[in-house]
Design a protein around this ligand. Structure first.
Ligand SMILES: [Zn+2]
Length: 257
């Protein structure tokens, strides 16, 4: 599932392939991923325009079309972008196509149809329900979030802090040496500060690694998650449990409750 690092890279990909290109036509193939706008409305709003800039907030991309009009993209569980000329290898699961006048195209691919495409006139208004971006939140604001629930549920609550999903949440807790069961209210100031630093570190490193697990540090939990191996730090068996319905991996030896 695309999380902050993935969406950051999608934003860069979009910028590289689409900014400044004039849109010849937009083809929306699924009503399911449109929230409150019709196909026609989006197609008409974008036709003949250029994409001007891309801003990411949490797991959302906001693409400026003209002053105070933004195309909003969310990638759900399985979404990604593919720019191409000629044949589209992902045609079957392509839900939206942006055709440019220079005969290049961008596909919004989403197998499970849990993504979102819409328009907004204000990023602030659209993002009212979202907390601050995980890479931008200040340390004092972060400290105030830990009042109730488990640490894992706080980090993954997009209304509190935007961008952290299941996989990187586990990695952040592993890096901070905190059990996912740990109660948010029981964290000391020192532990919260460590968690804050771990969050920024893990997210930035994942972006630097191009979200390819093979390029991520050998000491990361993600390797044990994928191959069911032992803890990359202490070699104890990794625990695999469900928290709030989400698959959770942690080392009971390195991560203390
Ligand atoms: Zn360990």
């Amino acid at each position: 599932m695309p999380e902050l690092p993935d969406v950051e890279l999608f934003g860069r990909y979009f910028s590289h392939h689409c900014l400044g290109r004039k849109i010849q036509a937009v083809e929306l193939r699924s009503e399911t991923i449109l929230r409150d706008r019709s196909k026609k409305e989006i197609e008409v709003a974008l036709k003949g325009k250029k994409f001007l800039s891309v801003k990411r907030l949490g797991k959302y991309l906001f693409v400026e079309v003209q002053s105070s009009l933004f195309l909003v993209l969310h990638f759900g569980m399985t979404g990604f972008l593919h720019a191409f000329k000629g044949k589209n290898p992902y045609d079957m699961h392509t839900r939206a196509l942006f055709h440019f006048v220079d005969h290049t195209h961008l596909a919004f691919v989403d197998m499970r149809l849990l993504g979102l495409i819409t328009l907004t006139h204000s990023i602030e208004a659209f993002a009212q329900q979202l907390g601050p971006d995980a890479l931008l939140i200040s340390q004092p604001a972060f400290r105030l979030l830990f009042k109730k629930g488990s640490v894992k549920s706080v980090l993954m609550d997009q209304k509190k802090i935007a961008g952290v999903g299941n996989i990187y949440c586990d990695e952040i807790l592993f890096f901070a040496g905190l059990s996912p069961h740990k109660e948010a209210a029981s964290l000391t100031e020192k532990e919260i500060n460590k968690l804050y630093g771990s969050m920024k570190h893990v997210l930035k490193k994942a972006i630097e690694a191009n979200v390819e697990s093979t390029r991520m540090p050998a000491t990361w939990l993600i390797h044990a998650r994928q191959k069911q191996t032992l803890c990359p730090k202490c070699k104890a068996p990794i625990d695999h449990i469900k928290i709030g319905g989400r698959s959770t991996y942690f080392c009971p030896n390195c991560q203390r409750a």
